[in-house]
Design a protein around this ligand. Structure first.
Ligand code: SF4
Length: 333
């Protein structure tokens, strides 16, 4: 295993909010003590429901949210070491693809202008050389050169997301934060965009942080998966193991709530769904004490309410935070 390109170490992010006419001050702990690493050419899938803190982690890596504790290392160097100013090289090396390209692309700019701007922000290029670069990057995402003249509203949702990927690729990044990049697309377009990202990774050795709320979506692209609940990681491990044999009750719940085409698998998941609580997650402003999942967990007991579980290793490379894991595993077999 090579040295990580990105290491997130004990990251916490708090937001200080004012609420009500008395302007009462509240602290929202969006992310608490999160650690993971991404090696060159690999994908880390971060999955969890809305409000779990996954996009906040992406924003902290992009330096759009300030960590309240912990470190983010890129190529071994602390990205916050230079203060609030982000080095130009880091802004080039780490790019983002957001969920909704319609709001992340300028509606008044043609595709070609959008990509040209991204290129010129990081290196000199003009005239025929710039046009050749734009044509090359469009080709690499499966778009024709003539589509450089199009505006976002003239493209389909999948084509717009290809443009957003092309814009990220144009500056030759090493890591792309993909924040729910396929959530707004229909199922067949989702798989085309994911296959494109996989091909680009293979060709260019890119690393991805792939954020999604659906475990099925992250499985196809991720080498490792982290499952996030109310700001904390509850399970981390190789994608095949987390998906194939989920250990934490929350990971099981996420998996049971996804829909699949295979009727046999779908029937199994429907059976599992019937045994699961249907409640919504608690507010991140008032997370339950102890294991934060205890208000929704069928296995919860006094131990769970009394203290947060620490990670324990399961088969070397998998970590699971649950007090009653051994009993749950015994019952599953
Ligand atoms: Fe459920 Fe307890 Fe495990 Fe939390 S620690 S997931 S409440 S069994």
């Amino acid at each position: 295993m090579s040295a990580p390109l990105l290491s997130v170490e004990n990251l916490s992010v708090d937001f200080h909010l004012k609420r009500g006419w008395l302007a009462r001050s509240l602290t929202l702990s969006a992310v608490r003590g999160v650690s993971f690493a991404i090696e060159p050419g690999r994908t880390f899938g971060l999955v969890g429901e809305s409000g779990s803190g996954k996009s906040t982690i992406g924003r902290a890596i992009l330096r759009l949210a300030e960590p309240s504790a912990g470190r983010i290392l890129f190529d071994g160097a602390d990205i916050a070491a230079g203060g609030r100013r982000t080095p130009l090289a880091y802004r080039r090396d780490v790019q983002v693809v957001f969920q909704d390209p319609l709001s992340s692309l300028n509606p008044r700019q043609s595709v070609g202008t959008t990509i040209a701007q991204a290129i010129r922000r990081h290196r000199r290029s003009s005239g025929a050389a710039l046009e050749k670069e734009i044509a090359g990057v469009l080709d690499s995402v499966g778009l024709a050169t003539w589509q450089a003249k199009r505006h976002p509203h003239e493209l389909s949702g999948g084509q717009r997301q290809r443009v957003a990927i092309a814009r990220a690729l144009a500056v030759r990044p090493r890591l792309i934060v993909c924040d729910e990049p396929v959530s707004a697309l229909d199922v067949s377009t989702q798989s085309q965009v994911i296959n494109l990202l996989v091909d680009l990774q293979r060709e260019r050795g890119l690393s991805y942080l792939f954020i999604a709320h659906n475990l099925d979506v992250v499985r196809h692209i991720s080498h490792s998966i982290g499952v996030l609940y109310l700001g904390r990681l509850v399970e981390v491990g190789p994608a095949a193991r987390v998906y194939g044999a989920p250990a934490h009750p929350y990971t099981r719940m996420l998996l049971a709530s996804t829909l699949v085409a295979d009727p046999r698998v779908q029937a199994e998941r429907s059976r599992a769904r019937r045994t699961l609580p249907r409640s919504e997650p608690p507010s991140p402003l008032a997370p339950p004490p102890g294991c934060a999942f205890h208000t929704r967990c069928a296995w919860a007991d006094e131990t769970c309410r009394g203290g947060a579980p620490a990670f324990c290793a399961r088969g070397g490379d998998r970590l699971v935070a649950c007090h009653r894991l051994e009993e749950i595993e015994r019952c599953a077999h």
